[in-house]
Write a protein that binds this ligand. Structure first.
Ligand code: CA
Length: 241
C-alpha cells in the first residue's frame, strides 16, 4: 500500500473475538501499539475478511466462537495454504487443548484471562519471528531448507517432498528446523516438547512421535527405514544429516 513512501506500513492484525467488550479493548490497545487491527466477531466474518482484505501479518483467534470453533478455523486456514501466524486465545488451560491448538496449526496460545502486556509481547515476538523467517532480520539465514527429500522455502512456506508439493504446518517446520540446528545430537521427547512445543512437564510423548512420523514421510527416502530422523531407543530422536 504505502510501499516506498517513507514510513513503513503498519502491521495488520485480524482479531477474531465475539465478546464485544474484550474485542474493543484489545483492538484499542493493539492500535496504541501501532498495529492496524480488524475485528471479526464470527469465524465466518473472519473468513470474509481473509478473502476480501487479506494480507494480515498475524491473527489473534479466540477458540470459543458462535459458529465454528477456533481450532476448526485454524485448521481450515492451514488446509487452504494460509500460513499467517496465529495466536489462539483459549479459556481452557488443559494441556490437551493447547496441544490441539498447536496441532491445528496455531503458532502460540494464551489462556484467558491473560494480561494485556503478555498478549502484546506474544504478538510482537510472533511478528519478529516471522520477519526473521522471511530473512528481514539482520541475522540472515538461508531461505531454503533442504532436509533429505524435502525442500522448504522459508519465504513462502512452500515445501516439496520427493518432488511434489506438500503442506508443512508451522510446528512441523519448527521441529524440522530444531533438528537441523542440532545435528547428530540425541534429543529426548521431553526436550522436543519443551523446545519446540513450548510445553513443560507434559507427560504424553505420542504427539512427538506422530509429528516425527509425518516429517519422515516428507524427508526420508524410505520412511519405514528412516536414516535421517533416527529413533534412539528409550531416549528420543537424532537427526543425522
Ligand atoms: Ca469467545
Amino acid at each position: 500500500m504505502s510501499e516506498g513512501s517513507g514510513a513503513p506500513a503498519p502491521q495488520r492484525l485480524l482479531l477474531v473475538e465475539d465478546e464485544a467488550h474484550l474485542a474493543a479493548g484489545l483492538r484499542l490497545n493493539l492500535e496504541l501499539e501501532g498495529y492496524q487491527a480488524d475485528v471479526a466477531s464470527t469465524a465466518r466474518q473472519a473468513g470474509e475478511f481473509l478473502l476480501t482484505r487479506g494480507g494480515y501479518d498475524a491473527i489473534v483467534l479466540d477458540v470459543m466462537l458462535p459458529d465454528l470453533d477456533g481450532f476448526a478455523l485454524c485448521e481450515k486456514l492451514r488446509e487452504a495454504g494460509d500460513h499467517t501466524p496465529v495466536i489462539m486465545l483459549t479459556a481452557r488451560a488443559a494441556a490437551e487443548d493447547r496441544v490441539r491448538g498447536l496441532e491445528a496449526g496455531a503458532d502460540d496460545y494464551l489462556v484467558k484471562p491473560f494480561e494485556l502486556n503478555e498478549l502484546l509481547a506474544r504478538v510482537r515476538s510472533m511478528l519478529r519471528r516471522r520477519r526473521w523467517e522471511r530473512g528481514e532480520e539482520p541475522a540472515r539465514r538461508p531461505k531454503v531448507l533442504t532436509v533429505g527429500a524435502a525442500v522448504i522455502d522459508l519465504d513462502t512456506y512452500e515445501a516439496k517432498a520427493h518432488g511434489s508439493p506438500v503442506h508443512l504446518t508451522r510446528l512441523e517446520l519448527d521441529l524440522l528446523r530444531f533438528f537441523v540446528e542440532n545435528p547428530n545430537r540425541v534429543v529426548s521427547r521431553d526436550e522436543l516438547l519443551e523446545q519446540v512445543w513450548k510445553l513443560r512437564n507434559y507427560s504424553t510423548h505420542r504427539t512427538v512421535d506422530n509429528f516425527i512420523s509425518r516429517l519422515r514421510r516428507h524427508v526420508e527416502a524410505d520412511p519405514a527405514n528412516p536414516t535421517l530422523l533416527v529413533s534412539v531407543r528409550g531416549t528420543g530422536y537424532r537427526y543425522v544429516p
